[in-house]
Design a protein around this ligand. Structure first.
Ligand SMILES: Cc1ncc(COP(=O)(O)O)c(C=O)c1O
Length: 429
């Protein structure tokens, strides 16, 4: 399977592709590349080609690749204890819960392994909250075009039917409203409503930020009705938008918040944080997870939070965000095919008009050594590591400029661009 060369084991891409095709369930549609090494914001493929990682494992590699603080925390923890189970107290879990609660609105934390699981916990908690108060409220209002995960409850929560329809019957109890439309919430509310669940930036459907006034009014409405506000910060949390949590920029406090992605810099983790009041929705035995809160993942998350603080990464996010945004606005003036530039911090979307296909742009960037994601037909998203350097940010904008100048007008097919027969036109989402 592998070719050995001077004691280095070099994976062979075509063999890897064959094995993948034959033995992995074909639910993804990867680009024809496999990475074997990462350093800082760069990834290296099987041929040693270097790529600037402007998507960071879809907003996961918050400290980039091979960050010394994260690597040493993982190594130390792995040599002491990787897993022991929630039958026992776990020092790292307690420390992480304490740290997250001190840094946020929350009083309590529950740990799991992914964003979908964190949202599952949030949905269950909201239902449990009213169950234990003997109130018949279970409905959750979510936004159209939202994304909350791939489990059966979270595809039901997700306001995009394509994610749930093939797996019908869809779990009942969700109502979908237009995003950023407060009146739609008033209409959807019933005496059965238990919670409103929102992303502050809809990341998976094109990087669409919520309006501040809208979110404030939703918060006020939840207070008036005595229902819970769940904020899904799986993608926006942990410094991604320039504050540790995105809600800080909205002048509100959630009752429940979910985290995952960047929290442990690439070690799988999810977290559901809540107030003491909301926490009454779970009694002992109501929820759990075998791996959730294990020492390894929690030690990694503690290292990420420490690095964000010690290395002033929020400042870095804001400086790079301003730089990229200003350069992108300049590009927009130069190329009218750039329809919109939006987002916060280092979660940005660049939307093109119908003359540019986002998947073609993604592949043009890929061939130049830049990794981004494409969303739908018109938007590319960037979510680079929080440790991005200014010169790296500038090199990305320069590459985009060059592509818009040279390549795009002569529309090339995706197969031509990649020199492959593989159809890699789509994203996985
Ligand atoms: C806002 C949001 N919530 C939930 C999820 C699901 O997270 P996971 O893939 O870790 O289950 C995602 C993933 O993209 C997300 O962006």
């Amino acid at each position: 399977m592998f070719i050995e060369n001077n004691n280095t084991i070099i994976p062979d891409l075509s063999l890897i592709q064959d094995l993948d095709k034959n033995y992995c369930l074909q639910v993804f549609n990867p680009l024809p590349v496999a990475f074997t090494k990462g350093k800082g914001c760069y990834l290296y493929d099987t041929e040693g080609k270097k790529y600037l990682d402007m998507i960071g494992g879809i907003a996961v590699n918050s400290l980039g690749h091979g960050h010394p603080k994260l690597v040493s925390a993982i190594k130390n923890q792995a040599s002491n204890l990787i897993h022991c189970s929630n039958y026992y107290y776990i020092p790292e879990r307690s420390a992480l819960a304490y740290t997250l609660c001190k840094k946020s609105f929350a009083d309590k934390a529950f740990f799991c392994n992914s964003g979908a699981e964190a949202n599952e916990a949030a949905i269950k908690l909201a239902r449990g909250y009213f169950h234990y108060r003997n109130e018949d409220r279970y409905e959750i209002i979510t936004a159209k075009m939202s994304f909350h995960g791939r489990t059966l409850a979270t595809v039901a929560a997700t306001g995009q039917p394509k994610f749930s329809e093939p797996f019908a019957p869809v779990m009942p109890g969700f109502k979908y409203v237009e995003f950023n439309n407060y009146d739609a919430i008033l209409e959807a509310y019933t005496p059965k409503t238990a919670a409103i669940m929102l992303e502050l930036i809809q990341g998976e459907s094109g990087v669409h930020p919520a309006n501040i006034e809208y979110v404030k009014m939703v918060r006020k409405f939840c207070n008036e009705k005595g229902i819970l506000l769940i904020i899904d910060e799986v993608q926006t949390g942990i410094g991604r938008t320039g504050t540790l949590f995105c809600y800080e920029q909205y002048g509100i406090l959630p009752d429940i918040m979910t985290l995952a992605k960047g929290l442990a810099g690439g070690i799988p983790i999810g977290a559901m944080l809540c107030t003491d009041e909301a926490a009454t929705g779970f009694k002992v035995g109501d929820h759990g997870s075998t791996f959730g809160g294990n020492p390894l993942a929690c030690a990694a998350a503690l290292a990420v939070l420490e690095a964000i603080k010690d290395d002033d990464l929020l400042v870095n996010v804001n400086e790079n965000s301003e730089l990229i945004m200003s350069k992108l606005y300049a590009l927009q003036k130069k190329y009218p095919c750039i329809k919109d530039v939006r987002g916060k911090g280092l979660l940005l979307g660049i939307e093109f008009d119908e003359t540019i296909s986002a998947s073609q742009m993604r592949i043009e960037l890929f061939t130049k050594g830049f990794l981004v994601s494409s969303i739908g037909t018109s938007t590319i998203r960037i979510a680079p590591p929080l440790v991005l350097k200014k010169q790296q940010a500038l090199s990305f904008v320069k590459a985009l400029d060059q592509i818009l100048k040279n390549t795009i007008p002569a529309k090339r097919s995706i197969r031509d661009l990649l020199g492959t027969n593989k159809d890699t036109s789509g994203e996985n989402k």
